[in-house]
Ligand binder design. Structure first.
Ligand code: PEP
Length: 252
């Protein structure tokens, strides 16, 4: 079964407009011909339109957003809806990122509404899950990931779930320089695929792309991407540097 291979760059709250354009141009120059991997660029909201103009005619590049609101539109000052994101070219949106959970106190109920809005607007959710260091040390990581997945997926049909990308991001590895070993990543990705089989069926479980995220870099990407159930990476820090991001893309 060949699954969509994806490398997504989550720039978080970094870069100026000019820096964003330069970074995208440098990435395009290096990897435009490597079209077997879907490259998703996830810049801050104000740069979406400019990035979209640069990537829209390029081979297997897509635009993603870091967040969307739970509502379709209206009086929500400072927020951005899925339909606004679609209008500037977004095909993907991050939902459930650990920073949204930690700093913005987002919960399952928010993720469900956000994903419903995304799907209504033909935007594919990249749904992020993963345990904290305490949860891993107390041997609760499988239980936590099971709950994170099942509490949200129970609200979605198999047809809706077929649009999902999953990202396993152990919180202890995000932005820390500490990466899950390939064995730890493979173990959890295979486990996640089994949960999807239990919640839906084995066909959809075999099809869903599951990305690894957490201090993925040019040195460790190849080993991680070799794992049979790791279908790519959600990259934070290393996506801010064109050479590093492209080396990760070439690690397949
Ligand atoms: C992330 O924030 O999704 C992430 C994986 O960050 P980093 O690569 O910097 O750990």
């Amino acid at each position: 079964m060949s699954r969509q291979k994806i490398v997504a760059g989550n720039w978080k709250m970094n870069k100026s407009l000019q820096e964003a354009k330069t970074l995208v141009e440098m990435i395009i120059n290096q990897v435009n011909d490597f079209d077997e991997v879907t490259k998703i660029i996830i810049p801050p909201f104000p740069f979406l339109d400019a990035v979209n103009h640069l990537i829209s005619s390029k081979a297997n590049f897509s635009l993603g957003a870091q967040n969307c609101h739970t509502n379709a539109g209206g009086a929500f000052t400072g927020e951005v809806s899925a339909s606004i994101l679609k209008s500037v070219g977004c095909d993907y949106v991050l939902v459930g990122h650990s920073e949204r959970r930690q700093f913005f106190k987002e919960k399952e109920a928010d993720f469900i509404l956000k994903i419903k809005e995304a799907l209504k607007n033909n935007i594919r959710p990249v749904f992020c899950i993963g345990e904290t260091i305490h949860e891993r040390k107390t041997d609760n990581h499988f239980k936590v990931v099971t709950e994170q997945l099942s509490s949200v997926l129970k609200e979605f049909s198999v047809a809706e779930f077929s649009k999902f990308i999953l990202a396993y991001e152990p919180v202890w590895a995000i932005g820390t320089g500490e990466t899950a070993t390939a064995a730890q990543a493979q173990e959890m990705h295979a486990y996640i695929r089994n949960i999807v089989t239990d919640l839906y069926d084995s066909n959809i479980a075999a099809q869903v792309s599951i990305l690894y995220g957490g201090s993925c870099n040019p040195q460790n990407a190849q080993e991680l991407f070799k794992c049979p159930d790791v279908d790519g990476g959600l990259i934070g820090g290393a996506s801010l540097n064109a050479d590093d991001f492209c080396k990760i893309i070439f690690s397949f």
